[in-house]
Design a protein around this ligand. Structure first.
Ligand SMILES: Cc1ncc(COP(=O)(O)O)c(C=O)c1O
Length: 442
C-alpha cells in the first residue's frame, strides 16, 4: 500500500504551499472507482494518491468559515482583510492604450519573448527609479506575470540534489518547481528577532555547497519588511564566495513605505550574481493583466528566455504595449502607493488600539502581526489558524493565518472602499468588533 497523501487536488491558491509527496504508490493501490490512469500520476503531484486526499487547505478553511459566518449572521457585513489583490482597476490611461492597441492588426500574433517597446520601457523604469542601467535587448525579458518566472528559473539551474534557498513564510512557487526537478528546498525562516531577515550566518557550509539559487523577496510578503543596502551587499558577497545565483522578487517594490524603493540591482556587484523579477500586478493595479519582467545578468536572462520560449508564446502584444505605457508613467505607482500607505496607517492605528503589537510595515499592502493566543473570556488559540476561524465566525473579521515561523495573522488593506469616509467607517467597525472580541496575547 502506498503512502497516503492528502491532496484535495492541486489547486494553487496564491499563498498555498503544496505539500510535496514522496509517493511510492504503484499500480496496485488503484481502487475500482479510479480511472485506469490513476496509477500514472507522477510522484511530484502525489502519484497514485493524487486527488484522494482529505486535508483542507488554509484558504478553503477561510472560505468555509466565511460561509458559516454569513449563514449564522446574515445581516452582519464581513470585514474582509483576507483579500491579497488590489481592489482597483488599472489606471484609465493604461486601459485606453489597451483599447487602442487591441484593434491594431500588427498586435495579433505570437509575441514570443516579447516586444522591444516593453523591454525599452522596463529599462527606462529601472534607470529612472533606481539608477540601474540595463540593455533592454539582452538584460530584460518579459514574463506573463512574475509567477511563471519562478516556475521557470529553477529549470535553468536545478539538477536533482541541488538546493534552492527559500525564505519562509513566503511565495512558494520557485521551491515547488525546484522539487519538481528533483532538487531540495532549504528554508530560511524569517523571524521577528532577526528583523524578518534570513540569518545567513547560520547556514551550514554543506548546504551552501549544494545551493544553486537563493530566492529573496523585499519588500517582503507577508512580513512587510524591507531590507537595508548592507543586507543586499552581504548577499552579493556571499553569492560570489559560495557561488550561487540570487533571484530577488520585487513584486511589491513600488509599495515601499519607508523611503525610496530600492532595487537589488542597485547593489554594487549585484548584476554579476543574479536577477530581479518585477511584476506589474501590485504597484500598477494590473494583477489580471499578467505582466512582469526578469532583469539582471545577461546570461541568466538568456537562460530564462530560452526556457520561457519553450513554455509559452509571450503575453498579448496589446497588453505589453499598454504595460509599457504604465511603466513610463511614475504617477501611477505613486498614487497607488499613497492610497495603500494611507489605509495602512489607519489600520495600524486601529489595531494598536485593540491590543495588537504592530508598526507601520516597510512595504506591501500586508500587515503581519502576532496572532492573539486567546480571549479574555477563556478561549485559547493554539495557532493563527484558530484565531482566524474565531474572528471570522464570531466577529465577521477575515484575516489570513501564517503559522510557518511563529503564529501570525496577515491583514491586507486591499478591502473595497470607494471613499476615505468608507475607509474610516470600516476602521470604526473593525475597532468596535475587535474590542468586543477581547483578544489576549501570551
Ligand atoms: C511575493 C510575491 N511574489 C510574486 C507574486 C506573483 O505575482 P504576479 O504573478 O501577479 O506577478 C506574488 C503574488 O501574490 C507575491 O506576493
Amino acid at each position: 500500500m502506498g503512502k497516503q497523501f492528502n491532496f484535495v487536488g492541486l489547486r494553487f491558491d496564491h499563498f498555498h504551499q503544496f505539500r510535496l509527496p514522496m509517493s511510492t504508490a504503484t499500480k496496485d493501490n488503484a481502487s475500482a472507482t479510479d480511472p485506469y490512469f490513476q496509477s500514472l500520476f507522477a510522484d511530484r503531484i502525489g502519484g497514485a494518491d493524487y486527488g484522494k486526499g482529505t486535508e483542507i487547505y488554509k484558504f478553503e478553511k477561510i472560505k468555509r468559515a466565511k460561509r458559516k459566518a454569513l449563514a449564522d449572521h446574515p445581516d452582519r457585513k464581513l470585514l474582509d482583510f483576507g483579500i491579497g489583490e488590489n481592489d482597483a482597476m488599472a489606471d484609465e490611461s493604461v486601459r485606453k492604450v489597451m483599447g487602442d492597441e487591441v484593434n491594431k492588426v500588427e498586435n495579433r500574433g505570437y509575441a514570443d519573448n516579447g516586444v522591444a517597446e516593453y523591454k525599452a520601457a522596463a529599462a527606462r523604469f529601472m534607470q529612472r527609479n533606481f539608477g540601474v542601467k540595463l540593455d533592454p535587448a539582452t538584460q530584460i525579458n518579459h514574463c506573463i506575470g512574475s509567477k511563471p518566472a519562478y516556475a521557470m528559473l529553477p529549470a535553468c539551474f536545478i539538477n536533482p540534489g541541488d538546493i534552492t534557498m527559500m525564505t519562509v513564510p513566503g511565495y512558494p512557487v520557485a521551491g515547488t518547481h525546484t522539487r519538481y526537478y528533483g532538487g531540495e528546498v532549504f528554508k530560511l525562516p524569517l523571524l521577528a528577532e532577526n528583523g524578518f531577515l534570513p540569518d545567513l550566518d547560520s547556514i551550514p557550509d554543506d548546504v551552501y555547497r549544494r545551493t544553486k539559487l537563493m530566492v529573496l523577496n523585499y519588500p517582503n510578503s507577508p512580513t512587510g519588511t524591507t531590507c537595508s543596502p548592507e543586507f543586499f551587499e552581504k548577499v552579493v558577497a556571499l553569492a560570489k564566495e559560495k557561488e550561487f545565483v540570487v533571484v530577488q522578487d520585487a513584486a511589491h517594490i513600488m509599495l515601499t513605505f519607508d523611503g525610496k524603493p530600492r532595487s537589488f540591482l542597485e547593489t554594487p556587484g549585484a548584476m554579476d550574481v543574479g536577477v530581479e523579477v518585477h511584476s506589474m500586478s501590485k504597484g500598477y493595479d494590473m494583477i489580471g493583466w499578467r505582466m512582469g519582467f526578469v532583469c539582471g545578468h545577461e546570461r541568466i536572462v538568456s537562460a530564462f528566455s530560452d526556457v520561457k520560449d519553450n513554455s509559452d508564446s509571450g503575453q498579448f502584444i496589446a497588453t505589453q504595449k499598454a504595460a509599457a505605457a504604465a511603466l513610463d508613467d511614475d504617477s501611477i505607482p505613486q498614487r497607488i502607493n499613497a492610497k495603500y500607505r494611507r489605509r495602512m496607517e489607519k489600520l495600524v492605528a486601529t489595531l494598536k488600539e485593540c491590543g495588537f503589537e504592530c508598526e507601520m510595515p516597510g512595504g506591501t499592502y500586508f500587515l503581519y502581526t502576532k496572532s492573539p493566543s486567546g480571549t479574555k473570556s477563556g478561549e485559547t488559540f493554539a495557532a493563527g489558524e484558530d484565531a482566524t476561524r474565531h474572528l471570522i465566525e464570531q466577529f465577521g473579521i477575515v484575516t489570513v493565518p501564517w503559522d510557518d515561523a511563529g503564529s501570525y495573522l496577515r491583514f491586507s488593506v486591499t478591502y473595497v472602499a470607494d471613499t476615505e469616509a468608507e475607509e474610516d467607517a470600516l476602521m470604526a467597525e473593525t475597532k468596535q468588533r475587535l474590542g468586543d472580541a477581547g483578544l489576549v496575547w501570551a
